[in-house]
Each structure stands twice: as structure tokens, then as C-alpha cells.
Design a protein around this ligand. Structure first.
Ligand code: CMC
Length: 376
């Protein structure tokens, strides 16, 4: 048996009609529409409809879908109280994973995964997730919890619950664009996790909470926090070269660079770079953008020949900081959006399910006699 490529690189493990990536050319499309076009012209709600239905909605379909989602902002049962008793030191990604899992306890039929039930539960989780994150953030800061406002868009409602005031149209738009850009991305690790879990015909809650666990890792969605930590560690733009060169000499990874699939500029980073620059100027964070830009220039000089360019996480760090998000909320933001992609893949998987069950190549010994414990 030949061993699979390490990290399953290049292995096609599922079919999808949701997103297409050409890593050589730096192309990402959702259902055939370029990501840049969607980021400029769509809304997150419309993008979710597109991913789940593989077509853009009509005006009335979008209104119905948005209304349906907004009905699901308020948490079931006593989850609000439960969040307000969590340890304030807990990390938001662990809170989100645990609370998504807990949602199953309030569902009278948690295991139902026929197409209609799975879609219903996915929409619930998508609606509830921002409320979980915002409630917890305010709880840990000792602030009163702000209930969701079903009149608001996904983006505006989240920022309202978090900050206690309505976002400016610029901030709402910027956050909405981030949600669009992070929604789906082929068979990335957390999406594969979702498909693997649901392929056992397990339940939606198990599949999505497992995906949140996968996304948290620093090689995946956790990289945006890593980028911000790196930017904070660099005193000024004049120190960038020294820090980057030192890291590369130590063979440290520069967070927010490199991608298994993109060997060219990640098209999401193209959009985010422009957005980050504008927000940095508007919010007095120009030095953050300048440091980022300087890192990119040095990386271009040093490693672009290896196909290492900024990925989605690089400029999303500056963007989220300028939107006013605390560092440990960066990865949860990725999750709030990617729940839509996970759910879409889960629905696709359920449509034509076959259990994922690859093989491992055994590399250990054979025919070893059992040795009694006293003789070892
Ligand atoms: N900084 C410096 N060198 C790098 C980087 C980086 N960020 N990424 C890859 N390389 C080098 C790596 O050292 C190796 O060099 P050599 O061949 O000389 O040993 C070569 O590029 C191949 O790297 P790899 O780690 O084998 O590539 P991979 O496909 O397994 O890893 C990756 C992809 C994203 C895990 C990796 O690029 C990385 O660790 N990047 C930093 C973390 C990061 O930004 N992750 C977010 C990914 S995008 C969002 C998401 O999908 O979650």
C-alpha cells in the first residue's frame, strides 16, 4: 500500500458545489461568483443563502431567509443564565465550542439529521452563535448582557450586542464583508472535520462543535490571533525587518502567511488589505497597517519564490482590531462566519453520504510474543 501524502495534500475527498479555489491563480469563487464581487456587493445573509441553495436569492427569498435567521438570535432555555455563570477566565473559542454542544441539550430531537431537520438546526446554530460570543464577552467584563435585536442584520446585531451601541454603517459593512470572506473555503481542515463527523450520521451539534475545535488551532483559524500578537510585539515599523529576519532564521512560521492551497496571493487577503488600510486610517491605527505592509514587503523579498503570500488571516487581524474586537475574539469571528460553510458542507454530505473511513499504513512490528508484566 502506498502511503497517502502527508496532511492529505492534493487528495480529493469530497465533491462540493459551494466554493472553488484555484490556488495557482489565486481564485476563490462561491457557486461560481468571485469572492471579491461578493465582498463588494453581497451581504452575509445573501451569501449564506447562496451557499446553502447554490443560487442567489430573489428579493423576497432574501427577505424571508433574513427574517428566519433573525428569529433565531435569542438563545433557547436558560442558556443566557448559564453563560453568565461561566468562569470569566474561559477562552471564547472554548466557550463557543462548549455552548454549541450544549444547544443539543435544549433540542427535543437533537439527533434528527434528515435534510429539513439538519438545515433547521444549522440555521439555529448560525443565529445563536453571535449571541453566545457577545454574552460571554460582556459577562467576563462584568457588563450587563445585551439581548439581540431581530431588527438588525447579522453583522450589526453582533456588534450591537458586543458593544452596547449600534455600529456605524462603515463598521457594519466592514464586519459584514469579513463574514462573507470567511464563509467557505473548500475542504479546509474544519470543514473536513464537519463532513467526517456527520458521515457517521452523528448529529449537527457534534459536527459543528468538532469543527470549532479544529478551527481553533494556530495553523488554521487561530492564525489571526497569532498575527496580532506578532504585530503587538514589533515596537515600530523600523523594527519589522529585524523581527521577521530573526523569525525566518529560527525557521519560525510568520503567522498569516502561507497556505496549503494558495501558492499565489489569497484573493481574500487582497480585499482585506484594502479594507484594513481604510479602517486603520479611520480609527487611528495607521502604524498597525504600516507594520503589516512592511512585513509583507520583507516576506515578498525573502519567501515569495516559495509561493508564500499573505493569507486571509494576515490583514483580518488589523481589520478586526480596527473594528474594536479584543484579540481572543478574532478566531471566534472566523467561526461565526464559517458555521455557514460547515453547515453547507454538512448538508451536501448528508445528500449523498458515505462513511469516511480511510486506512492507515501500519509501520510497526508483527508477530511479537506477549510478555508477562513481571518479565518486562
Ligand atoms: N512563514 C515562513 N515560512 C513558511 C510559512 C510561514 N508562514 N508557511 C510555510 N512556510 C515554509 C515552510 O517553512 C516550508 O519551508 P521548507 O520547504 O523550506 O521547509 C514551506 O514553506 C512549506 O510549508 P509547510 O508548513 O509544509 O506547508 P503546509 O502546506 O503544510 O502549511 C500552513 C500551510 C498554512 C499550515 C503554513 O503555511 C503555516 O503554518 N502558516 C502560518 C499559519 C497560518 O497563517 N495559518 C492560516 C492558514 S489560512 C486560514 C485557514 O485556512 O485557516
Amino acid at each position: 500500500m502506498t502511503a497517502a501524502p502527508k496532511g492529505l495534500e492534493g487528495v480529493v475527498a469530497a465533491e462540493t458545489e459551494m466554493s472553488f479555489i484555484d490556488g495557482e491563480k489565486g481564485i476563490l469563487e462561491y457557486v461560481g461568483i468571485a469572492i471579491d464581487d461578493l465582498a463588494r456587493n453581497s451581504s452575509f445573509e445573501e451569501t449564506v443563502f447562496l451557499l446553502w441553495n447554490r443560487k442567489l436569492p430573489t428579493k423576497s427569498e432574501l427577505a424571508a431567509f433574513s427574517a428566519d435567521l433573525r428569529k433565531r438570535y435569542a438563545l433557547p432555555g436558560d442558556m443566557k443564565q448559564r453563560i453568565s455563570t461561566l468562569p470569566k477566565t474561559a477562552q471564547p473559542m472554548h466557550v463557543l465550542r462548549t455552548m454549541v454542544s450544549m444547544l443539543s441539550l435544549f433540542d427535543p430531537d437533537p439527533n434528527a439529521n434528515d435534510a429539513a431537520s439538519a438545515r433547521e438546526k444549522a440555521l439555529n446554530i448560525l443565529g445563536y452563535a453571535p449571541t453566545i460570543v457577545a454574552y460571554f464577552d460582556r459577562h467576563r467584563k462584568g457588563l450587563p448582557l445585551i439581548d439581540p435585536d431581530p431588527k438588525l442584520s447579522f453583522a450589526a446585531n453582533f456588534l450591537y450586542m458586543l458593544n452596547g451601541e449600534h455600529p456605524t454603517p462603515t463598521m457594519e459593512r466592514a464586519f459584514d464583508a469579513c463574514m462573507i470572506l470567511h464563509a467557505d473555503h473548500g475542504l479546509n481542515n474544519s470543514t473536513f472535520t464537519t463532513r467526517v463527523v456527520i458521515s457517521t450520521l452523528s448529529d449537527v451539534y457534534s459536527a459543528i462543535s468538532a469543527a470549532i475545535g479544529s478551527l481553533r488551532g494556530p495553523l488554521h483559524g487561530g492564525a489571526n490571533e497569532g498575527v496580532m500578537k506578532m504585530l503587538n510585539e514589533i515596537p515600530s515599523v523600523g523594527d519589522v525587518r529585524r523581527v521577521v529576519e530573526d523569525k525566518l532564521a529560527r525557521k519560525d512560521k510568520i503567522m498569516g502567511f502561507g497556505h496549503r492551497v494558495y501558492k499565489n496571493y489569497d484573493p481574500r487577503a487582497t480585499y482585506l488589505k484594502t479594507l484594513a488600510k481604510k479602517l486603520a486610517e479611520d480609527t487611528g491605527n495607521v502604524s498597525l497597517y504600516e507594520k503589516s505592509h512592511a512585513i509583507e514587503q520583507i516576506m515578498e523579498e525573502k519567501v515569495a519564490a516559495k509561493g508564500i503570500y499573505p493569507n486571509v488571516d494576515f490583514y483580518s487581524a488589523t481589520t478586526y482590531h480596527c473594528i474594536g474586537l479584543q484579540l481572543d475574539l478574532f478566531t471566534p469571528m472566523f467561526a461565526l462566519s464559517r458555521i455557514s460553510g460547515w453547515a453547507g458542507h454538512m448538508l451536501e454530505q448528508l445528500e449523498g453520504n458515505r462513511l469516511y473511513r480511510p486506512k492507515a499504513e501500519y509501520t510497526g512490528p508483527h508477530g511479537v510474543a506477549y510478555t508477562a508484566i513481571e518479565k518486562r
